[in-house]
Design a protein around this ligand. Sequence first.
Ligand code: DOR
Length: 303
Amino acid sequence: MVNMAVRIGPMTLANPVMPASGTFGPELAQVFDLNRLGALVTKSVTPQYREGNPLPRLCETEAGVLNSIGIPGKGLDHFCAQAMADWRRFTPPLVVSLSADSVAAFAEAAARLAATPGVAAIEANISCPNLEEDGRAFAMHPESAAAAIAAMRAACALPIWAKLSPNTADIAAVARAVEEAGADAVVVANTILGLAIDIDRMAPKLGAGMGGFSGPAFKPIALRLVWQCAQAVRVPVIGVGGIANAEDAVEFLMAGASAVQVGTASFVSPNAMPAVLEGLEAFCERRGFARVSDLTGLALPGR
Ligand code: DOR
């Protein structure tokens, strides 16, 4: 029997496998038992209604997907009053992804989520690449990232996971800044800005122009970001980026992640998350690891 539990700051998760924000909703319960996951993570919620970006918002490429969704949604009132009822049916800790366009709005929304029964933690989405009008992303700079996290920390006692951006010069500096500001974990990383051109229309394939790139081709980049962050901070790192099978997940854990998120792979194969979970357990069993948490950081320098 492998002990699959992992600690993420003050929380203990039954296992290290969870969805990446925005890549699934409660409807995936029709495919597999969501209660098997270590945590559930919602699509980013914003304080107010948002229309989202111009169509088309998705574009498949050879080795990944570009998206420019732009966080459409009905806003926080609707989320707390209606969407939460759907999520409360499940047993894993519910992590609510939160995006906002100002430090004050982040703090106010965090306080609101803390007062909402059933919210176990906040994933602070300070890294959406698709919000041009909002100055792109807080997580591009250590100072703006820290300001958003510090304001949320002051406004609520829930665990805060800071979702970092690959679209920055020095992600380790951003990780250190959010740790200092009170983040309980860092989620590494959001999608990386990319572009695809329609050569007949001679225009970008996405309505908004650029978009966030995810999927297999992003994996070595995300893995490198996890490795850098794991060496920069003491708080747990949650790895995300191109994870499609158990071996990918093992790589992220060995690079320093304490847990992993699966995103784009669930579009290709809706059973990707339970497959990663089963494969991880089998890997530990085969290699004689009594605890999945023993994999964390094994490939870091000096270990
Ligand atoms: O790639 C992304 N797309 N990352 C986000 O944080 C949000 C999402 C969107 O809605 O654009």
